[in-house]
Write a protein that binds this ligand. Structure first.
Ligand SMILES: Nc1ncnc2c1ncn2[C@@H]1O[C@H](COP(=O)(O)OP(=O)(O)OP(=O)(O)O)[C@@H](O)[C@H]1O
Length: 365
């Protein structure tokens, strides 16, 4: 097998243009955490939060290019956001909001809380930082709970990048019942609703804080998740990344049983994850667990390659005296499953989520 060196990989990546600066990816400083092991190569493409969608094709091009290099059997490029999602109104458009509307987005003293009808438990999944795999973890946790035999819903409330339509291949939006509640489509046994069913992703992304909070509260409380006879056991809510007003208002306004915080092991993500823990603390939301995603990458010979430095999220959980639900490795199959709308339901990775789901459920009951 021909062996590659890092410089060759970096040179190859420089032939792909950064759509923002026009420079090669390496010259633009976008190639982070390059890891090369026999037969495998991977790196993290770290871009500003607002550019994540634009960089999807760049990630794909980089992965195709790396997979074509001599001796490479598996290539993995992780697209991740380097900054927190915008949560404040943009200055140039703020003037359009009425003072009352602008005020709605500010953190408030306790407000009236709502609980979705016929839902026994609501668990939000958050991350301080974008792109750490929050949607992947929340969906697979929901599927793990479903495999335990529970009735489960998944609300994709990520206004900055709704994923449900793609990750589950749902093409039919909710219908409405006689009470004007949304009847969620069912996919893989999960009742699913998503910001992405209601508006174009681009539109949702520019929602001001109060609009986003209102829309998310509606999605939570005006979806027919269950009925008096057949209530939902647990609703998993995939929150938007970050720790701003949208997340604060949602957790204040809804009766939530607890939160799961997802982080990758590197310091920057952990700083933001701590912020998420603080946010949940502010609203009295119990943190039910921390998940370390992308904890390591399994090399061809079975050794764990700790791309982002393993164990950071586990240590954070221990330090803050929070339950640690488990670690999820970087796994090309997991990403492929999301891209193909064919979630993993069996195998080692699914079993890992089953374990985490059991630990989570044990805390709710
Ligand atoms: N453990 C993993 N192994 C491989 N790929 C992963 C893993 N976790 C997430 N990914 C991939 O990383 C990308 C980002 O994941 P995901 O959309 O779940 O992150 P997110 O935190 O919800 O992002 P955002 O903040 O933008 O909503 C996706 O392409 C996903 O398939």
């Amino acid at each position: 097998m021909a062996s590659l060196d890092k410089q060759t990989v970096l040179d190859a990546l420089d032939t792909i243009a950064d759509p923002v600066t026009g420079k090669g990816l390496t010259a633009a400083g976008l190639v982070r955490g390059l890891v090369l092991s026999p037969g495998r190569v991977g790196f993290m493409l770290e871009v500003p939060q607002e550019e994540v969608t634009r960089f999807g094709p760049v990630r794909d091009a980089a992965e195709t290019l790396l997979a074509g290099l001599p001796g490479i059997e598996k290539a993995q490029v992780v697209l991740t956001a380097e900054t927190e999602a915008p949560t404040q109104p943009r200055p140039e458009t703020k003037a359009k909001l009425s003072p009352q509307a602008a005020d709605q987005g500010k953190p408030k003293a306790p407000v009236a809380t709502a609980r979705p009808d016929h839902v026994r438990h609501v668990v939000v999944v958050g991350s301080g930082k974008g792109g750490v795999g929050k949607s992947t973890v929340s969906l697979n946790l929901a599927l793990g709970l479903k495999r335990l035999g529970l009735r489960v819903g998944w609300l994709d409330a990520d206004i900055y990048g709704p994923s449900a339509p793609v990750m589950l291949g749902i093409t039919t939006p909710p219908t409405f019942d006689d009470n004007k509640h949304m009847v969620p489509p069912v996919a893989f046994g999960l009742k699913v609703n998503s910001v992405g069913f209601l508006v174009d992703a681009d539109q949702a992304m520019i929602w001001r804080g109060p609009m986003a909070s209102q829309a998310l509260t509606q999605l939570l409380t005006q979806t027919a998740w269950g009925s008096a006879d057949v209530p939902l056991d647990v609703l998993i809510v995939d929150l938007p990344p970050g720790t701003g007003d949208v997340q604060l208002t949602l957790t204040q306004k809804t009766l939530i049983d607890g939160a799961v915080v997802v982080s990758t092991p590197q310091d920057m993500a952990l700083i933001d994850a701590r912020r998420a823990v603080t946010l949940f603390g502010k609203t009295g939301t119990k943190v039910l667990g921390v998940v370390e995603n992308m904890a390591y990458f399994l090399g061809a010979d079975g050794t764990a390659i700790e791309i982002f430095g393993r164990g950071g999220a586990r240590r954070m959980a221990e330090g803050l005296d929070l339950p640690f639900l488990g670690e999820v490795p970087l796994d090309p199959g997991l990403r492929q499953a999301s891209d193909d709308a064919a979630p993993l339901q069996t195998g080692v990775m699914a079993e890992r989520f089953d374990e985490m789901a059991k630990a989570l459920w044990a805390q709710l009951t």
